[in-house]
Design a protein around this ligand. Structure first.
Ligand SMILES: CC(C)(COP(=O)(O)OP(=O)(O)OC[C@H]1O[C@@H](n2cnc3c(N)ncnc32)[C@H](O)[C@@H]1OP(=O)(O)O)[C@@H](O)C(=O)NCCC(=O)NCCS
Length: 197
């Protein structure tokens, strides 16, 4: 069912929750721990961000959440805390940016000390479920740095197919970078292990 306009998103998986960002010092610090880390930002389409920029970003995310129609879901990822998924500290971000013709671009980033636990795969599964089931979308795409083997693996495991290489997709500090383009159509979804679709 499509979420009502202005309604806060809360997605929960076996180990993670995905919720709206709050403009609190805790959420700003948490976002800065992800976007301020050069090792994490290396594969993101922007330079490492300072704390003030992260605070501004959260303000923007909240404005986007209140827009009607809403076209951007920039959400906080937390470890699932049974009694209070709304306020656990974020360990990363999950993004869904709506396009035309029932399409969206997905993205994710995690704090470095949480890599390698399967969290990005869980985020991708939750974003796919939200996009296809709640928003009724038909096509999801993701753009990945060709060097980002972990993200290519996450997408491939989720059933995304390669559509090739976008040459000079973005320009950072005067240098052009290519991206790999991946997509998943609604009928191609891969069921999480142990579930039948
Ligand atoms: C990409 C990122 C989100 C992955 O998060 P994660 O929680 O560690 O990912 P998962 O554990 O779900 O899965 C990673 C998969 O890639 C594999 N992998 C990790 N590093 C790899 C490497 N260097 N080469 C090949 N495979 C690799 C893992 O083994 C795992 O596959 P498996 O489940 O078959 O073992 C995380 O590294 C990150 O935040 N990176 C910086 C931001 C970023 O790149 N965002 C994506 C932009 S498109």
């Amino acid at each position: 069912m499509k979420p009502e306009p202005g309604r806060a998103v809360l997605l929960t998986g076996p180990r993670l929750a995905i919720r709206e960002f709050h403009h609190t010092p805790g959420d700003v610090d948490a976002l800065h721990a992800v976007f301020g880390d050069p090792e994490t930002a290396r594969y993101l389409p922007f330079e490492p961000r300072d704390r003030e920029t992260c605070a501004d970003q959260i303000e923007l995310y909240i404005e986007q959440a209140e827009a009607d129609p809403r076209t951007a879901y920039r959400l906080a990822v937390t470890v699932l805390v049974e009694d209070d998924p709304e306020y656990a500290a974020p360990i990363g971000t999950a993004v869904l940016g709506l396009g035309e013709h029932r399409s969206a671009t997905i993205g994710y980033a995690l704090r470095r000390d949480t890599w390698g636990r399967g969290y990005a795969s869980e985020i991708t599964a939750l974003l796919c479920e939200f996009a296809f089931d709640a928003l009724g979308l038909h096509r999801l795409e993701a753009r990945v740095d060709p060097e980002n083997a972990a993200s290519v693996r996450v997408l491939t495991k989720a059933g995304f197919q390669s559509e090739g290489r976008i040459r000079h997709d973005l320009c950072l500090r005067g240098t052009w970078y290519d991206s790999l383009l991946f997509s998943l159509l609604e009928h191609e979804r891969v069921a999480p292990a142990g579930e039948r679709r």
